[in-house]
Design a protein around this ligand. Structure first.
Ligand SMILES: [Zn+2]
Length: 464
């Protein structure tokens, strides 16, 4: 018997058995990208984790409705609702309109998702397509007395009016030093108050602005997620995900907006992934020299799926340190795995892998423990009592969760890394650098390739 699916709920700070609102169904909302730049690989970690969660829910026979937003307006460079709208910033940087920038980076983001073999959401929703819903939600909050206006600035949420405001983030707003969490804006009643609707600056015509009951302007970032999540998933739904950086402000504000408006519990399970850290560096950000995208990964000769494998080697709630050495390690492991899948095409169907199936599924159901799941797969590969045919069947079954595209592994796939080493060895041999030639041969062997020298040159054979 497989254990039931358990997930770590940020709301209760504990591991809980997943119990859906509607039997057999799971409603899932995941905060999407702000489309003003390419996604960096740190951003992408969240989407891979959410993809594993989705596949795990599917493994447990849930019918899933997954909604992801595209933030194409209103996400300010500072959490305090000051600074610039990120999309406008992107437009200035590139000499385009805000609309053009948003469309361009939405397309790029969807390409990244595809390259990482992430299953697309059932509903993509853009903030700019849902202004009406956001205005309606703000009006509802206004009618219930949750809002106030700061002249020439915007409509603000009065966080003091919402009793559970500090719950998700375990916040202590009063005890915080000024400016510790958010900067202070003139006219704000409480430190944590945030903008629901921002007024367009009088002196400037924005690319993106709309009429509203208050003044011409644009929605704040947080209101879009509450409005769209409730539109597509209902006032109460099962799971809401995002990075840990969303806990204290964005998700806290989403709860205040939704629960303030409906008086009902918004979401049952809040699940958050940890950061990706770049070696010798801070958290990855879009400014600074550690801005690595999938394009950077490809330029260096890696496949995006190598990166997916690397992500699965760490638990989603642990910080993961990215380095090129670690990515090389992931690529080597994935290459070996693909070779096994190809070689196992011919082989006996002896033995059965029931025990491994159960262990694999239990580790996934144990708060998505992908490192353990991977190790179980490697143990199966080494098990001499199970025939190759059965092993292949098992690996491909596991890959429905892991999503490493192992079904597509082909015989002729000599990885780039191996090709480069063969070339390097060829050069070493013509230059009679025998030591280097031998070292390269050893490296190839470690990758699962045996090279021999014939009169025609080097020939390469895969070893399993
Ligand atoms: Zn969101």
């Amino acid at each position: 018997m497989t254990e039931p699916l358990k997930l770590y709920n940020t709301l209760t700070r504990s591991l809980e058995i997943f119990k859906p609102i509607k039997k057999g169904h799971a409603g899932l909302y995941t905060c999407g990208p702000t489309v003003y730049h390419y996604a960096h690989i740190g951003n992408l970690r969240a989407y891979v984790f959410e993809d594993i969660l989705k596949r795990a829910l599917k493994m447990n026979d849930y019918k899933i409705k997954h909604v992801m937003n595209i933030t194409d307006v209103g996400h300010m460079t500072s959490d305090a609702d000051t600074g610039e709208d990120k999309i406008i910033k992107g437009a200035k940087r590139e000499g385009k309109t805000a609309w053009e920038v948003a469309v361009f980076y939405t397309v790029q983001f969807k390409k990244d998702i595809k390259a990482l073999n992430i299953i697309e959401p059932d509903v993509w929703c853009r903030a700019t397509d849902h202004i009406k819903e956001q205005v309606a939600l703000i009006q509802k909050l206004e009618n219930k007395g949750y809002t106030y206006i700061i002249p020439e600035d915007g409509v603000y949420y009065n966080t003091k009016k919402f009793e559970n405001y500090e719950e998700l983030g375990r916040l202590n707003i009063e005890g915080q030093k000024e400016g510790a969490r958010v900067e202070f804006i003139e006219g704000k009643k409480n430190k944590a108050d945030f903008a629901l609707w921002k007024f367009s600056p009088k002196e400037e015509k924005r690319d993106m602005e709309w009429e509203s009951p208050w003044s011409k302007g644009f929605p704040g970032w947080h209101i879009e997620c509450s409005a769209m999540a409730m539109k597509y998933l209902g006032e109460q739904f099962d799971i809401h995900c995002g990075g840990v950086d969303h806990i204290q402000v964005h998700h806290t504000n989403e709860i205040a907006q939704a629960e303030g408006a409906t008086g009902k519990k918004f979401v049952n399970y809040w699940i958050h992934n940890e950061f990706l850290i770049v070696e010798n560096s801070e958290k990855m950000a879009k400014s600074g020299d550690n801005f690595i995208t999938l394009a950077t990964i490809r330029e260096k000769g890696y496949d995006p799926i190598d990166y997916r494998y690397l992500l699965l080697t760490a638990h989603y709630r642990s910080k993961l340190t990215f380095s090129w050495e670690a990515l090389t390690g992931a690529r080597t492991a994935l290459t070996k795995l693909k070779n096994y899948v190809v070689d196992f095409k011919t082989g006996s169907n002896n033995g059965d892998w029931k025990k491994y199936k159960e262990e694999f599924e239990n580790s996934i159901n144990d708060d998505l423990d992908t490192p353990k799941a991977l190790s179980i797969m490697w143990m199966l590969i080494k098990d001499e009592n199970i025939g190759a045919g059965k092993k292949r069947e098992a690996i491909l079954h596991f890959d429905k969760i892991l999503g490493l595209k192992l079904e597509e592994a082909k015989e002729e796939d000599i990885p780039q890394e191996v090709k480069e080493l063969i070339r390097k060895r060829e050069i070493a041999r013509t230059e009679k650098k025998w030591k280097e030639s031998d070292e390269t041969r050893a490296k190839l062997r470690a990758l699962g390739y045996e090279v021999s020298d014939t009169q025609e040159g080097q020939t390469v054979r895969r070893i399993v």
